[in-house]
Design a protein around this ligand. Structure first.
Ligand code: PEP
Ligand code: MG
Length: 836
């Protein structure tokens, strides 16, 4: 080995190469060298040296080049700390000049020498001299290229290899500080001062004289990047560099045997066998599935580089589990290698990534999954489409309770207004229906039945639309979708996660369908059943409305008597599906007007159903309408003013529990508490109902009473409240809304601007605001525990499915988080990451 120059370190097995100083590519190359792979001589320039070069510091390019030997060509490649931080394009064939050209014409043939020189002049002209690529066709005759260079710059093409290398290093070092490169890596989460390393490598040419053996270059990997299953794939091209054919007639081959065409495996079996062996070595020793970039020069194999195989979310799971199963990495590391948020991609259909379609707009991704269907503008039309078994996308300005029956039946939901915790978003997540909200670029004229938007988008009812609730994309027409798979590796990975995590994961479920999903995803129980959603089905909604419209207490009781068996059946079914796991049922929460129609047609139908004049129905609805219903007569306020509703619900819960084997201890939760006295009043009534049922049935039973902490006052007075509650569940949706004084349904109007300008670091409805809302959680937890040390604490707002918010709850010793059933796997994995 020749000695090196200051700032450059030859990559040898023992050289002090560090990813944090020389970049990931340099470090990986050193690992390949240590494994004995045939890597051409490589020198690594560290971040400081490259920064210096960018700032004009002297660097001994001639000395560096001398180390490679007389007349050797080299390449320069970027080596940043993380793979996805980008970097300048590699430059190959440095050292090509008239003399090298003449020399190579003898060694590898005139055509190959021309190709190498032409390619280098092109690269140097474009990347270093920043000339127009149009003027430098690499396939043009060399004299023309040299003349074009001279014409553009008034000087001959540089012939000194050391000067060429110095220029390339400087150009690449400076490109790292360009505006677009900086923005690119910022978007990938790189710190502002992220460094760039460069690796200078002896060229393995990939072109040569066919009489002296095979020459070419290619890529090989040993798993399928889409599925993660073992499979040798890759491309090889003879007479090429970096997948670009340099000589005419260069064959394109698959690396392994393939029915679609000829393979390297057949043409060069020994080289193929060597690559397979090297791949296996990389897998066991680098503990990762690598893609190897190689060159063959006159029959000799060179390994230029290796990178982690790019992989889909399912492949990431399969690869991690296989590595652990083969004993290459521990199970805990397999768990850590899968990013929890990536699981969301796995659980829902998504738009095929190679579909190459352009979105009409990209709005807030509110409930993952992609769906295609015909546009409908009302819940009734969604119902009609479902009856015809025709997939529909429900497009609304925003949604309300009256839309739920249509949302349930739609393939996907798109709203013009709203944010991540708007009605549409929360309901859609619960239902597992793909949903995009806050598509403010689009305009909805439901009178005319048109959806219009940028780029001349103009769609009518019945036109096809595709949405992707995982990305927020809205696409006119049909897009090809990929179905989710829950394969064995996915289940294995989550079982490893469960063995390690130390915070519980429950699901928010309002229906048997959701409870079944929760079971499939192995939730430990139901942490929140929003009972209001049980009343939104056609027949029940009518009884509910009769109850709301009842003038006399006896009429109200008659309606409630009809709801009782329905509720009892709902709860029995939930208890049965959850098979002994805990189920927390929340008593009715929303303001009553949410159960009433808002449109003329609905009002007319209701008047007919109740046999009342339309004017009277309108007057009653007006009387129930509140200016700010989120802060009005809802939650426990309803329970105290119209106690018969809670009485009915509680009776249904107890009777269902008594009818269930094995017996369950129901958990009853009161929403929107702000004072101790509210809890006392409701508890007294629950106890009365329990006593009545004990007398009626002669059976003894127990229940647990909990309080939702959703108002700032409830958090501050948690000590008082804990006296009467065996568990507290933080409803961080309302708590966030009330702490900020920020409406959940209207936040979408300015949230993007607020986040963009850094007013909020994130949307606080998606990621828990640990400073403000989190402080209320911490205060509530401390004060509740001071009074009742064993009290069970949990969170059941949307934040329960967010990894950072889960970390916050775990740090404060919460017993469990409860989230949308589709987020349960993500929460299980995120919780395990925290415990490892
Ligand atoms: C909450 O407010 O956080 C909550 C879980 O209740 P809801 O979303 O039903 O208001
Ligand atoms: Mg709430």
């Amino acid at each position: 080995q020749n000695p090196s120059v200051p700032g450059a370190t030859p990559i040898t097995p023992t050289a002090p190469i560090r990813a944090a100083a020389h970049g990931g590519r340099a470090k990986c190359l050193q690992r390949l060298v240590r494994l004995g792979l045939p890597v051409p001589r490589t020198e690594a320039l560290d971040f400081d040296t490259v920064r210096g070069i960018a700032n004009g510091a002297r660097f001994d390019a001639a000395g560096l080049l001398a180390g490679f030997g007389e007349g050797v060509l080299v390449s320069v490649r970027p080596s940043s700390a993380a793979d996805d931080w980008g970097g300048p394009r590699s430059v190959l064939n440095i050292g090509m000049c008239d003399a090298a050209h003449a020399r190579l014409a003898h060694g590898v043939g005139a055509a190959a020498a021309d190709a190498l020189y032409g390619r280098f002049i092109h690269a140097y002209a474009v990347q270093v001299a920043r000339l127009d690529p149009e003027d430098f066709d690499p396939a043009a005759p060399i004299p023309d290229l040299l003349a074009a260079y001279r014409a553009a710059l008034g000087e001959p093409f540089p012939q000194d290899p050391a000067r060429q290398l110095g220029d390339v290093l400087r150009a690449m070092a400076r490109a790292w500080d360009g505006v677009s490169a900086r923005l690119m890596r910022q978007a990938q989460g790189a710190p502002a001062d992220a460094g760039l390393g460069l690796v200078v490598q002896r060229m393995a040419l990939g072109v040569g004289d066919p009489r002296r053996g095979e020459s070419g270059s290619g890529l090989i990997q040993f798993v399928d990047g889409a599925t993660g299953q073992p499979q040798i794939t890759g491309r090889y091209r003879s007479q090429s560099q970096g997948r670009e054919a340099l000589l005419p007639g260069a064959d394109s081959l698959f690396v392994a045997r393939d029915p679609r065409g000829p393979a390297l495996e057949d043409r060069c079996p020994e080289i193929f066998a060597a690559l397979v062996e090297q791949g296996a070595l990389c897998r066991t020793r680098l503990r990762e599935e690598m893609q190897i970039e190689f060159t063959i020069g006159h029959g000799t194999l060179h390994v230029l580089d290796a990178v982690r195989v790019t992989r889909s979310a399912p492949a990431a799971v399969a690869i991690a589990v296989a590595l652990a199963t083969d004993g290459i990495i521990p199970e805990s590391e397999a768990v850590l290698r899968v990013e929890p948020r990536a699981l969301l991609d796995l659980l829902h259909p998504r738009i095929a990534p190679d579909a190459g379609l352009r979105a009409a707009t990209t709005a807030i991704a509110a409930s993952p999954g992609a769906a295609t269907g015909r546009i409908v503008f009302s819940a009734a039309a969604a119902q009609a489409a479902a009856a015809r078994e025709e997939p529909a996308i429900l497009v609304r300005r925003e949604t309300a309770s009256g839309d739920v029956h249509g949302m349930h039946l739609a393939q996907g939901i798109l709203t013009i207004r709203g944010g991540p915790t708007s009605h549409a978003a929360v309901i859609a997540r619960g239902l597992g229906v793909p949903c995009v909200v806050g598509a403010r670029d689009l305009a909805l004229d439901d009178g005319a039945g048109r959806l219009t938007g940028p780029g001349g988008l103009d769609l009518a009812e019945g036109d096809l639309l595709t949405i992707d609730g995982g990305t927020g994309a809205v696409i006119a027409g049909v897009a090809p979708l990929i179905e989710p798979e829950l394969d064995a590796s996915f289940r294995t990975l989550l079982s490893w996660a469960d063995e390690r995590r130390d915070i519980g994961v429950r699901a928010n479920c309002d229906s048997p369908a959701e409870a079944r999903i929760a079971r499939r995803f192995e939730a430990e129980g139901i942490g929140l059943c929003r009972t209001e959603n049980m009343f939104l089905d056609g027949g029940r909604l009518t009884i509910m409305r009769e109850m709301i419209f009842a003038e006399a207490a006896s009429d109200r009781q008659a309606a409630l008597d009809r709801l009782l068996p329905v509720q009892r059946a709902d709860f029995t079914e939930l208890f049965r599906i959850m098979a002994g796991r805990p189920v927390t049922i929340r008593l009715l929460d929303p303001p009553l007007h949410e159960f009433l129609p808002a449109d003329t047609e609905g009002i007319r139908d209701l008047a007919a159903a109740l046999d009342l004049p339309v004017a009277e129905v309108k007057a009653r609805i007006a009387a129930l309408t509140e200016v700010n219903p989120m802060l009005g007569m809802r939650g426990v306020r309803l329970g105290i003013t119209l106690p018969e509703i809670y009485d009915m619900q509680v009776r249904a819960i107890f009777e269902a529990a008594l009818a269930t084997q094995p017996r369950v201890t129901p958990e009853i939760m009161i929403p929107l508490i702000s004072t101790r006295r509210e809890v006392e009043i409701v508890k007294a009534r629950i106890d009365t109902v329990a006593a009545e049922i004990r007398v009626e049935t002669g059976e003894n039973f127990d229940y647990a009473l909990g309080v939702m902490v959703e108002t700032p006052r409830a958090a501050l007075r948690a000590g008082d409240i804990a006296d009467h509650a065996s568990f507290l569940s933080f409803g961080t949706n309302d708590l966030t809304q009330m702490t900020y004084g920020l409406s959940r349904d209207d936040a979408g109007r300015f949230m993007a601007a607020y986040v963009a300008q850094g007013v909020f670091p994130d949307d606080p409805f998606t990621r828990l605001d640990t400073q403000g809302v989190g402080e209320l959680l911490a205060i509530g937890a401390t004060r509740a525990r001071a009074v009742r040390p064993g009290i069970t604490l949990s969170i059941c707002g949307e934040h329960g499915g967010d990894p950072d918010s889960i970390a916050f709850c775990r740090d404060r010793g919460f017993a469990y988080v409860s989230c949308s059933p589709f987020r349960v796997p993500l929460a299980r994995l995120a919780a395990a990451h925290l415990a490892i």
